[in-house]
Design a protein around this ligand. Structure first.
Ligand SMILES: NC(=O)c1ccc[n+]([C@@H]2O[C@H](COP(=O)([O-])OP(=O)(O)OC[C@H]3O[C@@H](n4cnc5c(N)ncnc54)[C@H](OP(=O)(O)O)[C@@H]3O)[C@@H](O)[C@H]2O)c1
Length: 225
C-alpha cells in the first residue's frame, strides 16, 4: 500500500514542492494550506487538499477528526512565518506572538491532534521544518529575534516529542532545508526548492528509530542544537 504524507503550508514554497515530489513518487498526499483554491500549482497536482490555517487549533483538531482512521506515515509540519521587524530595539511584540503561534504552538497542536494517525501507520515519522537559525550553537551573528526564538522553541518541541512519543514508536526530527529560493528565502537564496526537497526526502527515507530527536540538514548532516 502507498505511504501517506500529510503536509501543512502546501500552497507554495517548500510545502508545494514536497507535495509535488511525494505525489510523483506515488505517495498518497494530503496537502493542507490556508486557501487551496487559490493555489493553481497545488490544484494542478491533483492531490487531496484540505483548507487549514494551522494557527486555528480547533480547525486542526477538526481536520484530525475528519481524517480519523487514516494512517499517516509522515506528518510534515512545514507551515511557518518569518516575522517582520526583528532587530534589537525594533521587535514588534504582536508580530512575535503571531509567529510563535504559527511556528511553535501550531506544530504541537498538529502533533497532539494527529498522533493516533501517525501511530497507526507503518512509517510513524513526524518531521518539522525548522531552521539552522534556531540553532543556539550555530548563532554567531545575532539579530532575527522573532524567527530565531521561534525555531529554537520548535527544536525543543521536537526533542520533547521524541522522548514522549518513543513508547508509541514515533520518530520526531527537526529539518533544515538550507537557504532556499521561496517567498521566505528570497531571490538571493542559492538553493532551488526541488534540490532542497529532494535532499530532505532522501534524509527522511533513511530515518530510523535511532534518529529520533535529531536535527538534520537537507544534505543529511546533523546540526548541533
Ligand atoms: N526558504 C528558506 O530558506 C528556509 C530556510 C530555513 C527554514 N525554512 C523553513 O521551511 C518551511 C517552509 O518555508 P518556505 O521557504 O517554503 O516559506 P514560504 O514560501 O514563505 O511558505 C510558507 C508557508 O507557510 C504557510 N503558512 C504561514 N502561516 C500559515 C498558517 N497560519 N496556516 C497555514 N499555513 C501557513 C504559507 O501559507 P500562505 O500561502 O497561506 O501564506 C506558506 O505555504 C518553513 O518552516 C520555514 O521556516 C525555510
Amino acid at each position: 500500500m502507498a505511504s501517506t504524507v500529510f503536509i501543512t503550508g502546501a500552497g507554495k514554497g517548500l510545502g508545494l514542492e514536497f507535495a509535488r515530489q511525494y505525489a510523483q513518487a506515488g505517495w498518497r498526499v494530503i496537502a493542507t494550506c490556508r486557501a487551496p483554491d487559490k493555489s493553481s500549482e497545488l490544484q494542478a497536482l491533483g492531490v487531496e487538499t484540505h483548507p487549514l490555517d494551522v494557527a486555528d487549533f480547533d480547525a486542526v483538531s477538526a481536520l484530525a477528526k475528519t481524517l480519523r482512521g487514516t494512517p499517516i506515515d509522515l506528518l510534515l509540519s512545514n507551515a511557518a512565518q518569518f516575522g517582520e521587524a526583528q532587530d534589537f530595539g525594533q521587535v514588534d511584540m504582536e508580530d512575535w506572538a503571531t509567529v510563535l503561534r504559527v511556528d511553535v504552538m501550531a506544530p504541537l497542536a498538529l502533533a497532539q491532534s494527529f498522533v493516533d494517525h501517525v501511530a497507526q501507520s507503518p512509517g510513524r515519522v513526524m518531521a518539522f521544518l525548522s531552521s539552522r537559525m534556531g540553532s543556539i550553537a550555530d548563532n554567531g551573528s545575532g539579530g532575527f529575534y522573532i524567527y530565531r526564538t521561534a525555531k529554537t522553541a520548535l527544536n525543543m518541541l521536537v526533542k520533547n516529542l521524541a522522548v514522549d512519543l518513543e513508547p508509541r514508536g514515533i520518530v520526531a526530527v527537526a529539518l533544515h532545508p538550507g537557504w532556499v529560493k521561496t517567498d521566505m528565502g528570497g531571490p538571493n537564496a542559492p538553493l532551488e526548492p526541488p534540490v532542497s526537497v529532494a535532499g530532505l526526502r532522501t534524509v527522511l527515507s533513511r530515518i530510523t528509530d535511532r534518529d529520533t530527536g535529531k536535527f538534520y540538514g537537507y544534505d543529511g548532516v546533523e546540526i548541533p542544537w
